[in-house]
Design a protein around this ligand. Structure first.
Ligand code: AMP
Ligand code: TRP
Length: 348
């Protein structure tokens, strides 16, 4: 019997780390203070996943231009967000942290993907409809409309396997898959189709002032959210004033959206199952519960805030981290764009 020989050299070699690891991509806009919603729905998961995945995290400053914006504020917030992500635990030795606009391939691909995107699809996007509100066509920017195509380009250009996001982004990831699939069918297999990676806990943290609306950094009132930079006494005050449900039971249930939200936050901040918290606070009043929750949030955020203070004064180091991130991102995007130009007839 002939001995089996490996057919190719590749079969002899152990898979490289990068080949085994899933690639994740997820971006965040520099459009306001980071909130507890961003942290629990997205950033906390990125920090966990950077150990086992090949992670790319763009600060999506081009997306932040889709509403009205102030150039100086945009510049400042981009750097502040980089510092915020590092303070939360994004490690530039593991994850690729970069600024979207530094990678021209994102915008070039956006235009090409527009050819595979239908007007009707963009009009159906919930985020578009919400952000547009009651504004007329004449007052609605085309950037707001095309926003999901740019997001699709951010994702597809890296051949990301997973996109770890909060629940609000599910529809954009589905659209990204549809666009990628259409492109592959038309021009041949080019892009990997990504999966949305939405966790069961924390994917939709609700506003403290209104548990029917998500916690958002662009909320009208700061009572809606806890900013990662809020001082401990501000955190305690906001939690103390958070709306509750009728009745006095401290349980997570469908008819108790406010308590469910507060218990979810408590659980994630202290790594304690919700059921344990329900048992601990059985018969207790909202006052005690809210005091303890305020302390738990303040304690969890304290080391993040301390790191943030240090990083804010180290602008040169921040710039160098982002510069290195640009280089690493372009190692992926430049060859990918060459391929896209090839299959679409742009390269001569
Ligand atoms: P954005 O602030 O809109 O750029 O969102 C950045 C990331 O945070 C995205 O993955 C969002 O899905 C996530 N996110 C934003 N707000 C919340 C929230 N209230 N609950 C959970 N995740 C959120
Ligand atoms: N639209 C996302 C948000 O509002 C931000 C974003 C832009 C994004 N590009 C992305 C998220 C790529 C994930 C992947 O949160």
């Amino acid at each position: 019997m002939a001995t089996q020989v490996p057919e190719t050299e590749a079969q002899l070699k152990p898979m490289t780390d990068a080949a085994k690891r899933k690639r994740i991509l997820s971006g965040i806009q520099p459009s306001g203070d980071l909130t507890l919603g961003n942290y629990l729905g997205a950033i906390r998961n990125w920090v966990i996943q950077q150990d086992e995945c090949e992670s790319f995290h763009p600060i999506v400053n081009l997306h932040a231009m889709s509403g009205s914006f102030d150039p100086e504020a945009l510049r400042r917030r981009t750097l502040e967000l980089a510092a915020g992500l590092l303070a939360c635990g994004i490690d530039p030795e593991k994850a690729v942290l970069f600024v979207q606009s530094q990678i021209p391939e994102h915008t070039e691909l956006t235009w090409i993907l527009c050819t595979q995107t239908m007007y009707g699809e963009l009009g159906r996007m919930i985020q578009f409809k919400e952000k547009r509100g009651t504004a007329s066509d004449a007052k609605t920017s085309a950037a707001l409309f095309f926003y999901p195509v740019l997001q699709g380009a951010d994702i597809l250009i890296y051949d990301a396997d997973l996109v770890p996001v909060g629940e609000d982004q599910r529809q954009h990831i589905e659209l990204t898959r549809d666009i990628g699939n259409r492109f592959n069918t038309t021009f041949g297999e080019t892009f990997k189709l990504p999966e949305a990676d939405i966790k069961t806990d924390g994917a939709r943290i609700m506003g403290l002032d209104d548990p029917a609306k998500k916690m958002s950094k662009s909320a009208a009132s700061p009572a809606n959210y806890i900013a990662l930079t809020d001082e401990p006494d501000v955190i305690r005050k906001k939690i103390n004033r958070a709306v509750t449900d009728s009745g006095s039971e401290i349980v997570a249930r469908q008819d108790k959206p406010a308590l469910t939200n507060l218990l979810t936050i408590f659980s994630l901040m202290t790594d304690t199952p919700v059921a344990d918290l329900e048992a601990r606070y059985e018969g207790a009043g909202y006052g005690q519960f809210k005091r303890d929750l305020g302390d738990a949030v303040a304690d969890h955020l304290a080391p993040i805030q301390a790191r943030l203070k240090e990083l804010t004064s180290e602008r040169a180091q921040l710039e160098s981290i982002l510069h290195r991130g640009t280089e690493r991102a372009r190692e992926v995007t430049v060859p990918k764009m060459e391929r896209v130009r090839e299959v679409t007839g742009l390269s001569l």
